[in-house]
Design a protein around this ligand. Structure first.
Ligand code: ADP
Ligand code: ZN
Length: 307
């Protein structure tokens, strides 16, 4: 930490929980959480931030949100939630909620873009020019960073919804309401609950379902490696966190699928590319903080340019 790092409030808006964090750089000084229910959850968060601001004013706010969400600064819909299946949230302008209450810089991006940027700044992806962050939780999300910038184009990557080559003999129809058997439809929380014969939390490490899940994820990591050539692919989210034994299975199967085509990417090399988050459970909250820190930097730079 350097003395120049400002105090920032980060809001990680997840599909199931919302975490507000006050931090200086990667050092967390205060935190609060709420279940994500209706869009009224935003009132709980902004009320808490108002109280925090009264105690110790912070320089900016970062919002790392579930999506799809409009993240293009120059788009009229900037900060607005897109066509999310989460009841009551489609069309809500998350950024405007905070901008109406705080006259300080406010940054917003997807939760996975924030997480990827935080891993790049402080975690497992430091020094990488191309790196991604994957969450495998209730949903499957993917954020991609190239040369320090989260990739945005028409919208932002939604690679968790890619369809993958199915495992031989697996006829599970998939649980994604939009695509059925996309990756999220095969390995996200609701999919695992539908595929498992007992409660997911009670599945043993040696349950055959984990071979299926590792197989499905490996089809996807193989595509990501071939399409994007990442130097790091950080695997986070509730499923990866609760089931760390999946990671070596994924590295082994990805190596087998690549089949030596990229000559130096054997299993040992992939174990250095496909990794757990370096920031552990703080990746998401620090992702939001980083987005706020960037918003403050960008505004300061714009002010300098206008002098
Ligand atoms: P979200 O994706 O909702 O933001 P998380 O990343 O924390 O939240 O992931 C929550 C998901 O983690 C749950 O939907 C569940 O599928 C999964 N999970 C939680 N505990 C376990 C477990 N013991 N084994 C496998 N999966 C688990
Ligand atoms: Zn889908």
């Amino acid at each position: 930490m350097t003395v120049s790092e400002p105090l920032i409030a980060g809001v990680e808006l997840g599909g199931t929980k919302c975490i507000a964090t006050l931090a200086r750089g990667r050092k967390i000084v205060r935190q609060a959480r709420w279940p994500t229910q209706s869009a009224a959850t935003l009132d709980h968060v902004s009320n808490a931030l108002t109280q925090w601001y009264g105690d110790t004013p912070f320089a900016g706010i970062g919002i790392a949100s579930f999506g799809p969400i409009h993240v293009d600064l120059h788009h009229a819909a900037f900060g607005r939630m897109g066509n999310t299946p989460k009841p009551g949230w489609a069309g809500v302008n998350v950024r405007a909620h905070f901008a109406d209450r705080f006259d300080i810089p406010i940054g917003i991006d997807t939760d996975v873009a924030g997480a990827a940027l935080a891993e790049g700044a402080w975690g497992a992806s430091q020094g990488c020019t191309v790196h991604g962050y994957v969450t495998i939780g209730t949903g499957v999300g993917f954020g991609l960073v190239v040369e320090g910038k989260a990739v945005h184009g028409h919208l932002h990557p939604e690679a968790g919804h890619l369809r993958i080559r199915r495992q031989v003999g697996d006829s599970f129809a998939g649980a994604c309401p939009t695509h059925g058997d996309c990756l999220e439809g095969l390995v996200g929380g609701p999919a695992l609950a539908a595929r498992a014969l007992v409660a997911v939390a009670d599945l043993g490490e040696d349950d055959p379902l984990w071979e299926q899940v590792a197989g499905d994820i490996s089809e996807w990591t193989t595509m990501m490696i071939l399409a994007l050539s990442p130097q790091r692919l950080v695997m986070g989210g509730g499923v990866m966190q609760a089931r760390p034994h999946l990671l070596p299975m994924i590295c082994k199967r990805t190596a087998a699928l690549l089949n030596g085509y990229i000559e130096d990417l054997d299993e040992a090399a992939l174990e250095k590319i496909i990794v757990h988050p370096g920031l552990g459970v703080d990746t998401g909250p620090l992702g939001a903080v980083l987005l706020g820190q960037r918003a403050v930097t960008i505004q300061a730079r714009d002010r300098m340019d206008n002098i």
